[in-house]
Design a protein around this ligand. Structure first.
Ligand SMILES: Cc1cc2nc3c(=O)[nH]c(=O)nc-3n(C[C@H](O)[C@H](O)[C@H](O)COP(=O)(O)O)c2cc1C
Length: 259
């Protein structure tokens, strides 16, 4: 399903979602249901359509993944913005699973034996998922441990979107994003000086994925609030500026569409 076409209901999920780390031991997801999740990947919208991607399904036991029943692995052409694209794409699947009561968690601590496909696509990241052990959705925005809106948004928040984007999930909850608004132009950047326990060797990759996740949630929020936008994706490989920011995307917001 194109979650952007149904932004209102996924906007609601943004305020309730949670990474699930406890899965049912009495009821394991069937292979048929897991394959249906893989099917959903065909409808995910890319941020960068020119980057070739592929999704694969594996049993959790085939990987050194500590929880979940199955994993969706994402492979991609190794190009500029491939990590931001990966975050943007798999966040769509994450929200869809959560909205349908399926437990899911981003998983950066493991990788498959096959790191490159026969077609030369490289492993990016995976989601582990399955039947959760009990209810997992949050009931209150105060259940989230996150930076304040002021810490992640500079300038006027004309359309009241910072409260949603601050809730995006990120590796080790590092929240490496900065939104800067100037009139109706919003620049989204990756902070390179975040305090995090992510090992240095993984930081750039995981934090670029995090920005893709934040862009997905930003766009869901804009669409739910009926704000039109045009987006340009810049480069995840640029050097950071004097404020330790790498500009990843720029949005031009437009008049509100009629309800
Ligand atoms: C790229 C990425 C990698 C992650 N890797 C792991 C992981 O290996 N193990 C884990 O338990 N959680 C992992 N997480 C989940 C984060 O820890 C979690 O999203 C964050 O702490 C915020 O909590 P929440 O998702 O419950 O809101 C990862 C998240 C992202 C975005």
């Amino acid at each position: 399903m194109n979650i952007f076409a149904n932004a209102n209901s996924y906007y609601d999920t943004v305020f309730k979602r949670r990474s699930v780390r406890k899965y049912s031991t009495s009821k394991v997801m069937t292979l048929q249901d897991a394959e249906a999740v893989l099917e959903l990947c065909k409808e995910i919208i890319p941020l960068c359509p020119e980057i070739k991607t592929e999704f694969r399904l594996m049993r959790r036991e085939e990987l050194s993944v500590k929880f979940g029943h199955y994993c969706i692995l994402m492979y991609s052409e190794k190009k500029d913005n491939c990590y931001v694209n990966a975050g943007y794409m798999l966040e769509q699947l994450e929200l869809q699973l959560e909205a349908n009561g399926i437990g899911v968690c981003w998983y950066g601590l493991a990788s498959p034996k096959e790191k490159v496909t026969e077609d030369g696509l490289e492993f990016m990241i995976m989601l582990t998922f399955g039947i959760a052990d009990g209810d997992f959705l949050r009931t209150n925005a105060s259940d989230f441990s996150r930076k304040s809106c002021e810490q992640i948004w500079l300038g006027e928040d004309r359309y009241g979107v910072s409260g949603a984007v601050r809730l995006a999930p990120s590796a080790c909850n590092s929240q490496p994003w900065m939104f800067e608004s100037s009139g109706d132009i919003i620049r989204v950047s990756r902070k390179t000086d975040v305090r995090t326990i992510i090992p240095r060797a993984f930081r750039k990759r995981f934090n670029s994925i995090d920005i893709g996740i934040a862009l997905c949630i930003f766009e869901i929020t804009l669409l739910a609030k009926r704000i039109d936008f045009e987006r340009s994706v810049l480069s995840e490989s640029s050097a950071s500026d004097e404020n330790n920011l790498i500009a990843i995307a720029e949005y031009s917001l437009k008049k509100e569409t009629k309800k």
